[in-house]
Design a binder for this molecule. Structure first.
Ligand code: ADP
Ligand code: MG
Length: 474
């Protein structure tokens, strides 16, 4: 992959002036975050970190990622409906991982009572890196799929204008025109609106499960605004509010503050620290209800790293997506090496290989939100500690993807503009809606490119490591 903006990145004075213009445009476009000092208030805000230039991405890989998104939607939906696959796949993990176990308990409880929900909505984001091969070619490799609270669709809708602005300032109008338009927030809202419509109660609301401290509120507001434009009202509530004021009627319709809820959209509830006992009770109440949960608990479980690893096993895709060999081939082409650490020979061998060649592997627990994976020497130490304990089944091993680094300039509030060697991660947003057994919507609705300095092995934008970017197709 060519590294792109070459000489432009050398001229420090020009970079500073461009950075000032870019930041002002980002603020004007609404590429915003609340500050870490005041995460509950919008009185003081700043721009979300971003790259000064769009990063070069091979168009073929971008097209491939878009082309496989509907397959991933189908796959997640199929896994979420396959209770025995989930049970088998997660059986060793839930013995050792409390968080997954609690989610799984709720899943079992809801299945036992009978699922009241009839309309299902998936809003996911499949993330990839570009593996740099020895022959100079690049390959699209999935990092993970996010089935709960996949974020930055709102802000990613606003960054193309910023990069076009930068290129226009440089009179690179032809290049500016090559930056793809992108509007995931509109597509995500379309999915919520469709689910709301199929739920079929004109006065019912959308309940956005929100965190008290939410720096990324403008990303969420972008979706709320789209819904309001369709005359669909959104209320934001915390788990605590739901536990105090939420209720079910005899048909298991969900009510919040006395108003019926059609769709529950989670922007909370994906890591253990977000759950008190009270919050777990609220989650159970929501799951038992007839309201469309995005995601329902089975779909959240379908997004675990353990499920991802199991899907890569020979023959599994064929069982989950029977008679769809083309979809299976497209999906499998994006899989990196994934290894189970369940007790037994297969897991022993994976551990031995990772200890022998640590730079080729990543150790992943069942966690979301960035910063949880282990690499290099830390990974080796963890594997040495875990290898004779059943606790190892709560992790998976993954082949480490090695993209070709390139240079870009990263802009963050409070830091001077910095030209660094970077790598990118591409996400594609997928939306599907199912009514009973019938899939009504299956779409891709846009992309997100995040770029980070190569010295960080892990972490996304919210973790303060990656910054927002746009693909510049080549
Ligand atoms: P999380 O759910 O915490 O986002 P991820 O699987 O996305 O977990 O990993 C977090 C980050 O770690 C990714 O954004 C990526 O930068 C890095 N990472 C994860 N898996 C790999 C991999 N196989 N190869 C290289 N980097 C990886
Ligand atoms: Mg991730």
């Amino acid at each position: 992959m060519a590294t792109g903006w070459g000489s432009l990145l050398q001229d420090e004075q020009q970079l500073e002036e461009l950075a000032r213009q870019a930041v002002d445009r980002a603020l004007a476009e609404g590429v915003l975050l609340r500050t870490s000092q005041e995460p509950s208030s919008s009185e003081v805000v700043s721009y979300a970190p971003f790259t000064l230039f769009p990063s070069l991405v091979p168009s073929a890989l971008l097209e491939q990622a878009y082309a496989v998104q509907m397959d991933f939607n189908l796959l997640v939906d199929a896994v979420s409906q396959n209770a025995s696959f989930l049970e088998q796949t997660l059986s060793s993990t839930i013995k050792r991982d409390n968080f997954t176990a609690r989610l799984f308990d709720i899943h079992k409880q809801v299945l036992k009572e009978g699922i009241a929900q009839t309309v299902f909505l998936g809003l996911n984001r499949s993330d990839y890196m570009f593996q740099h091969n020895a022959d100079g070619s690049s390959a699209l490799k999935q990092i993970e799929i996010n089935t709960i609270s996949a974020s930055f669709g709102g802000l990613a809708s606003r960054t193309p204008a910023v990069h076009r602005h930068v290129l226009n300032v440089l009179s690179k109008t032809k290049e500016a025109a090559k930056i793809l338009s992108n509007n995931p927030s509109k597509g995500l809202a379309m999915g919520i609106a469709k689910a709301w419509e199929l739920y079929g109660s004109a006065n019912a609301l959308v309940l956005l499960v929100a965190q008290e401290k939410e720096r990324n509120i403008f990303d969420q507001r972008a979706i709320e605004n789209e819904l309001l434009a369709r005359n669909i009202h959104v209320i934001r509530r915390r788990f605590e509010d739901i536990s105090e004021k939420g209720s079910l009627d005899q048909d298991r319709k969900l009510f919040m503050d006395g108003q019926e809820v059609a769709v529950v959209y989670f922007r909370d509830g994906y890591i253990p620290s977000q759950y008190s006992l009270q919050n777990w009770e609220a989650r159970l109440l929501l799951e038992r209800s007839r309201a469309v949960k995005c995601p329902d608990i089975a779909t959240q479980l379908a997004g675990t790293k353990k499920v991802q690893q199991e899907l890569s096993r020979v023959g599994v895709l064929e069982v989950l997506l029977p008679d769809q060999p083309e979809a299976v081939a497209r999906l499998r082409a994006t899989f990196a090496g994934l290894y189970s650490l369940d007790m037994g020979e297969e897991g022993d061998q994976a551990i031995a290989e990772a200890i022998a060649a640590p730079s080729h592997f990543v150790l992943k627990p069942q966690r979301e939100g960035g910063g949880n994976n282990l690499y290099g020497e830390e990974m080796v130490q963890a594997l040495e500690r875990l290898k004779d304990s059943e606790e190892r089944a709560s992790y998976i091993l993954m082949e480490k993807i090695e993209p070709e680094p390139f240079e870009n300039c990263l802009l963050r509030p409070g830091s001077p503009a910095r030209v660094v060697r970077c790598i990118s991660e591409l996400g594609i947003f997928g939306v599907y809606v199912r009514q009973g057994k019938t899939l009504v919507v299956n779409k891709h609705v846009g992309h997100l490119l995040r770029t980070k300095a190569i010295e960080h092995a892990d972490g996304g934008v919210a973790a303060g490591v990656a910054v927002l970017d746009n693909p510049y197709p080549v």
